[in-house]
Write a new protein. Structure first.
Length: 556
């Protein structure tokens, strides 16, 4: 009998290949203003389709996604599909002035890309100025039809997207800070699925995120950190979570009561409703283990079991202290790629390009600023200045004078990075890229610096997943530290936190031609210049080369 069923399925697959083939998913994103009330006050925000958080993009691995983005607001806009590899579709990646000019008011652009070799949760967000504060949403990539998860199938899936909320207009917040040369105001609240949770004496009180569960069932939480500037802790009172995937790559499952998640990162975790019927607090709070100002508000929601009496008090949970470095270390050290036969870790063992990138802040003179100086940020002493023509366009169409390809592979003047730092904290301006041959292998060691204050930098690479092969405190030791690298089952991801006063090493294969942004995913640091780009040359023939730009690519 079992044999016959198998045969029938096989025949069906042969007769109807469409059943197993990929699909084209069409979406329309209208960028529109919308009034939103949070923290007892209303303000107009930029949204996609009037939704906050924006619509979820659902697809399966191998599907082609076509999103027509129409700009109806007074701001220029671009959308980035964060973590999507964009194999030979760099024109659809989205960072403004890196891969495209922005979509002006009244115009549209079609993002057209295929989801190859990835499954799990990612996010999309605006990638110009600070508009991603309200312009973000989830990307759910299901496995190919008929391919199971490498863990027990959950009964239900829930998207939990974390963010930050300012009472003021976020463009005004960053513009004011840039004019004065000082750090921008921190947010006024964190949000879970767009809501901070109940606010005392507020007419909109009670709006909060609720998860409704049935005893005994298992739920997969698709957790996304879409906050601008804050790494976060996530907890659910009384429950353990089993992490199974990060950044759309499967991991070896491990249990934890706290998830540490940086802006731009995603985490899929299984939750089994195995506690007494009742209500349990869901909470997020910030992580900051240095003197930098932070929004210390906790956002809350509720996990409610089916059959709970309405007046049941909610079980609470203590959040880790803001500076709980050991909690972050323990979480990050537990992450391992699944590295199974089906999902192997293909860590490059022979390295063609080895880079040491010192990342941190600096101080430049500024006559019109508050203290006659402005805080900036840099990689290897270069504060990256966005060009007025997109880098990818300049590269592909050989437009000269837009960038130079002399980005330094090492700090130009080595110093004790995690020590007192140089007396001269100035940086230089530059629009520099680092050139990589097609299919070359790259190791990057990110070295955090202590200038003004050491800080954790969640660093994001476009166009690739990388393997996080090592990390440590203090200065990277090129003799001793590589001996301790994990080249067997390191976690594969697109965004990693370089620890405060420490370093982190990644490896990847440059098998995707184009221009790929690398930047801190704390938006404040990106704005200040903590960014650069890799230029990956074409290989041989069309299958290793970037095609020409779509005809509707916006012009600068
Ligand atoms: C938002 O509210 C303001 C003031 O109430 C109103 O003038 C404006 O038309 C509203 N905008 C939208 C997009 O609804
Ligand atoms: C999307 O890209 C594919 C492959 O280049 C192309 O065949 C298709 O016409 C494009 N679709 C749209 C709507 O641009
Ligand atoms: C930033 O905070 C300062 C101090 O609280 C306040 O005066 C200023 O108006 C804020 N800026 C914006 C854009 O909200
Ligand atoms: C400006 O200078 C004052 C006085 O030295 C100092 O307290 C303050 O932190 C400085 N602000 C910035 C942004 O550097
Ligand atoms: C809420 O309102 C009550 C009564 O109007 C007042 O006594 C209380 O102080 C208010 N609480 C807050 C946090 O504003
Ligand atoms: C949050 O930060 C503010 C200002 O920095 C401080 O006054 C307050 O005590 C902090 N609250 C908590 C709960 O840490
Ligand atoms: C670098 O600075 C740190 C912190 O001040 C210090 O402990 C360390 O000894 C310094 N390293 C060197 C090589 O000077
Ligand atoms: C960075 O560049 C500036 C400007 O050229 C220079 O003054 C400074 O010494 C450099 N610092 C380091 C650490 O390379
Ligand atoms: C560096 O670039 C910024 C703009 O990003 C500009 O304001 C500043 O004047 C430039 N500094 C120098 C020394 O060119
Ligand atoms: C890239 O290099 C690896 C290792 O040399 C090789 O196995 C692979 O086939 C190459 N890929 C392409 C597309 O050339
Ligand atoms: C929008 O982008 C264009 C092209 O880069 C630029 O010229 C224009 O100043 C931008 N407009 C706004 C409002 O930023
Ligand atoms: Cu940073």
């Amino acid at each position: 009998m079992a044999c016959r069923v198998k045969a029938v399925v096989l025949v069906a697959a042969l007769l109807f290949p469409a059943m197993v083939e990929s699909m084209v998913r069409l979406y329309k994103f209208s960028v529109v203003m919308k009034n939103a009330t949070r923290l007892c006050a209303s303000k107009p925000i930029v949204t996609v389709n009037g939704k906050f958080p924006g619509p979820t993009l659902y697809a399966r691995e191998d599907d082609t996604v076509i999103v027509r983005v129409v700009n109806h607001v007074q701001h220029n806009i671009t959308i980035h599909w964060h973590g999507v590899r964009q194999l030979r579709t760099g024109w659809a990646d989205g960072p403004a002035y890196i891969t495209q000019c922005p979509i002006p008011t009244g115009q549209s652009y079609i993002y057209n890309f295929t989801l190859t070799g990835q499954r799990g949760t990612l996010l999309w967000h605006a990638h110009i100025n600070w508009l991603r504060a309200t312009v973000y949403g989830a990307i759910v990539i299901l496995p190919k039809r008929g391919i199971p998860y490498p863990f027990p199938k959950p009964d239900k899936e829930e998207i939990i997207i974390l963010g930050e909320w300012w009472k003021s207009d976020t463009e005004a917040v960053i513009n004011q800070a840039m004019q004065a040369g000082v750090p921008p105001n921190v947010s006024d609240a964190h949000t879970i699925n767009g809501h901070p949770g109940p606010v005392p004496n507020c007419s909109s009180q009670g709006t909060e995120t609720g998860l409704h569960v049935e005893s005994g069932k298992t739920y997969m939480l698709r957790l996304i950190n879409a906050a601008l500037n804050e790494e976060l802790f996530f907890k659910i009172a009384g429950h353990q979570l089993t992490v199974v995937e990060v950044d759309a790559s499967y991991t070896k499952p491990f249990k934890t009561d706290t998830i540490f998640i940086a802006p731009g990162q995603t985490t899929n975790a299984l939750l089994t409703a195995d506690q007494d019927t009742g209500k349990y607090l869901i909470a997020i709070s910030p992580f900051m283990d240095t003197i930098v100002a932070v929004d210390n508000q906790t956002a809350i929601g509720t996990l409610r079991y089916e059959g709970t009496h309405p007046f049941t008090p909610t079980s609470l949970t203590a959040m880790p202290p803001t500076n709980a470095t050991p909690v972050t270390t323990s979480f990050v050290d537990s992450l391992r790629s699944l590295n199974s036969i089906k999902y192997p870790a293909k860590v490059p063992l022979k390295i063609d390009h080895s880079l040491l990138l010192a990342i941190g802040v600096g101080v430049n003179p500024c006559a019109t600023c508050v203290n006659g100086s402005r805080v900036v940020a840099d990689i290897n002493n270069v504060s990256f200045v966005l060009p007025v023509t997109a880098l990818l366009q300049a590269h592909y169409y050989k437009i000269s004078g837009v960038y130079t390809d002399d980005f330094p592979a090492n700090p130009p003047n080595p110093y004790n990075y995690t020590g007192a730092g140089p007396a001269n904290m100035q940086t230089m301006n530059g629009t520099k890229v680092y050139r990589l041959g097609y299919n070359s292998t790259v190791q990057v060691v990110f070295q955090g610096t202590g200038i003004i204050a050491p800080e954790s930098h969640p660093t994001h690479l476009h166009g690739f997943n990388f393997y996080a092969v090592g990390k440590g405190l203090g200065n990277f030791d090129s003799e001793k530290d590589p001996k301790k690298f994990n080249l067997v089952d390191p976690v594969e991801r697109n965004t990693l936190s370089v620890p405060t006063s420490g370093w982190a090493a990644i490896r990847f294969r440059a098998d995707n031609p184009g221009v790929w942004f690398l930047h801190c995913h704390l938006e404040v640091h990106t704005t200040w210049g903590l960014k650069m780009a890799f230029l990956v040359e074409n290989g041989e023939g069309p299958s290793q080369s970037l095609p020409p730009s779509p005809s509707d690519l916006p012009k600068c």
